[in-house]
Design a protein around this ligand. Structure first.
Ligand SMILES: [Cu+2]
Length: 150
């Protein structure tokens, strides 16, 4: 039997096309360190385009056995990295992972990625859904103010 959806349900579905993945991941890059290093860091900007708070609880990266959410903080005059267990993002809120602050720590690398290569970076929310982007591998951070060149 065909039963038409009530119009109000259809309207809500059209108004919220991003429900499947509310997180937008942009400006992703991974730092190329000397090949003797076994860890490196990934950076990105993530925005919650959904209507509900999203809780980021983990990460993954291609070519890395593990990826962890870290934050660099100055403590007692020294920079330290601390794990971040949960990063909540309110609707409309963005978080910038950048050198000296939040970053993805890529561990157990198969090998150090080289400049010009691409690494797939994913953020994982507490509902288990990954939000991913292709990250350019580079030696240094992009020039300041180039966050949204696309
Ligand atoms: Cu770290």
């Amino acid at each position: 039997m065909f039963r038409p959806l009530p119009l109000i349900v259809l309207g809500a579905a059209l108004a919220a096309p991003t429900v499947a993945d509310p997180l937008a991941v942009e400006d992703a890059w991974v730092r190329a360190l000397p090949p003797t290093q076994s860890v490196t860091a990934g950076y990105l900007v993530v925005t919650n385009r959904g209507d509900d708070t999203v809780r980021i609880v983990g990460a993954a990266a291609s070519g890395a056995g593990r990826a962890e959410l870290h934050e660099s903080r100055a403590e007692d005059g020294a920079m330290r990295m601390v794990p971040v267990a949960v990063l909540p993002l309110a609707p409309g809120e963005s978080a910038s992972f950048e050198p000296g602050g939040l970053h993805l720590m890529l561990k157990d690398l198969e090998r150090m990625p080289a400049p010009g290569e691409t690494v797939r970076l994913c953020l994982i929310t507490d509902d288990g859904e990954p939000s991913c982007a292709d990250a350019a591998v580079r030696r240094d951070a992009p020039a300041a103010g180039h966050h949204h060149e696309h």
